[in-house]
Design a protein around this ligand. Structure first.
Ligand SMILES: Cc1cc2nc3c(=O)[nH]c(=O)nc-3n(C[C@H](O)[C@H](O)[C@H](O)COP(=O)(O)OP(=O)(O)OC[C@H]3O[C@@H](n4cnc5c(N)ncnc54)[C@H](O)[C@@H]3O)c2cc1C
Length: 420
């Protein structure tokens, strides 16, 4: 795939030198923000598919009944969209990160998690599953018929992700696991619940963690659903592990290598997570604009009132910032650059931005926004957890600030510290 942006690297030593005006202009001529023809064609086909297979009536029904749209998801994979971004040797269609973010954002315009698109989960399974279960796992994921859940969070270990207490013991022919996971998305319906556990013999928390793929059901593993205020297409669960024995073949990756393995795709996962919230915000923004134009009060559309225009303007600025940040970071990833700071900025910007847009959406829709007939309330409920899960806004803020200040310190101040 061609990349969609060809600017020079603003962080290289050369470009940080002072540039004459005409050179700067010449460089700017190379900036290209458009998607490639292939990406545009793919987006068109995907939108057409999603309009047909994921109509709002289906998602509304699934949300009300708290069920996952199994058939629509299966069709997504049958149509080949689920293979986008998966390496060729695994039967996929290789794609760059820009394309994966594009697909993710379009899919999430239609529903929160009504589709299991996740090329990174497939790559994770290819990397980590033992030879005995690898083929079965990959076939299940590539057909969209199987799905995994992932549980690290525990009642005593949330933001402090390394503070888990779940432990395992090697025994003849396998492992015995004891512990308690919480907010374990989709665990009750998953085929494998992938969990983290520590070897109690090792003190260093980062070296003690091992991943296990526990088939669901397994004796000793009890999963219960937790009531939540949103994201109802997939259950949020609590998992209890009591002397849960699993054979050796369910070791997921290297023993004691769990932390390193989790970090392997960490930044890409965070970026794709931001693309999900971008997709949701695009829908909320389209809905609030349509309503501002059509709702008549005092003899004119409410969009003519300046206090409504202020919200529309603010949300447009937020949405465009989200888009620019997500696709620029994806482009950086495709160029092999570090996205350590930018992936965190994307997640923070997109979850906070999406929340603001959905909340403005409720306000602009007035009473209708508060009623369940309109999807805005669903978007608003689904948006809320973005600021808590997978790195809360507070944790991201402190991490970004720490990394930016460290980077600034390396350059000794001035605009060079900002990569300019
Ligand atoms: C719907 C849902 C689905 C989830 N799915 C999964 C899943 O599939 N797998 C999984 O492993 N986990 C999952 N989680 C867990 C999620 O990642 C955690 O909720 C998150 O890490 C925060 O942990 P906590 O809820 O224990 O909050 P805490 O860590 O207790 O934090 C409480 C508050 O304190 C703030 N805080 C904590 N530390 C600091 C600090 N150093 N500085 C400033 N503020 C701080 C937090 O930002 C937050 O506002 C899910 C959570 C939810 C709600």
């Amino acid at each position: 795939m061609r990349t969609f942006w060809k600017s020079s690297d603003t962080r290289t030593k050369r470009s940080r030198q002072c540039m004459p005006r005409e050179r700067l202009e010449r460089r700017n001529n190379y900036m290209d923000f458009s998607f490639t023809e292939e990406q545009e064609l793919l987006a068109e086909n995907l939108v057409e598919f999603m309009d047909r297979e994921y109509p709002e009536s289906l998602i509304k029904e699934c949300d009300e009944q708290k069920i996952f749209p199994v058939e629509a998801n299966k069709k997504f994979y049958e149509a080949g969209f689920g293979a986008i971004g998966v390496p060729e040797e695994l039967g996929g269609v290789p794609a760059d990160m820009v394309t994966m973010c594009l697909v993710t954002s379009i899919v999430y315009r239609y529903s929160w998690a009504g589709c299991t698109y996740s090329p990174l989960s497939i790559m994770n399974a290819a990397d980590k599953a033992s030879p005995e279960i690898r083929t079965e796992m990959l076939e299940g994921l590539m057909s969209g018929e199987k799905r995994h859940s992932f549980g690290n969070t525990e009642p005593g270990a949330g933001s402090d992700a390394a503070g888990i207490k779940t432990s395992y013991k090697k025994v003849d022919g396998g492992y015995v696991i004891n512990g308690h996971k919480i907010y374990n998305t989709y665990a009750s319906c998953s085929d494998y619940n992938i969990i983290t556990a520590k070897d109690p013999e090792i003190d260093d928390p980062y070296k003690a963690v091992t991943l296990f793929a526990i088939p669901n059901p397994t004796p000793g593993m009890t999963i219960v659903d937790l009531p939540t205020i949103g994201q109802w297409l997939e259950p949020t669960c609590e998992t209890f592990l009591e002397d849960c024995f699993i054979p050796d073949k369910y070791l997921y990756g290297k023993e004691h290598g769990g932390w390193v393995q989790l970090m392997k795709h960490f930044e890409a996962e965070r970026l794709l997570c931001a693309a999900m919230y971008l997709g949701q915000a695009e829908t909320a923004f389209a809905d609030l604009c349509a309503y501002a134009n059509s709702r008549i009060q005092f003899g004119q559309p409410i969009g003519k009132f300046q206090l409504i225009q202020e919200k529309v303007c603010r949300d447009k600025i937020i949405l465009e910032s989200m888009r620019n940040m997500v696709f620029r970071t994806a482009w950086e990833y495709d160029q092999g650059k570090s996205i350590r700071i930018d992936a965190n900025i994307c997640k923070l910007l997109c979850t906070e931005g999406n929340w603001q847009i959905c909340d403005d959406g409720i306000q602009i829709l007035g009473g209708l926004g508060y009623c369940t007939d309109h999807r805005m309330q669903r978007l608003w409920r689904d948006a809320r957890v973005g600021r808590i899960g997978a790195g809360s806004s507070e944790i991201l803020t402190k991490t970004i600030a720490k990394d930016v200040l460290r980077e600034a310190g390396q350059y000794g101040g001035g605009t060079r510290a900002l990569g300019i």
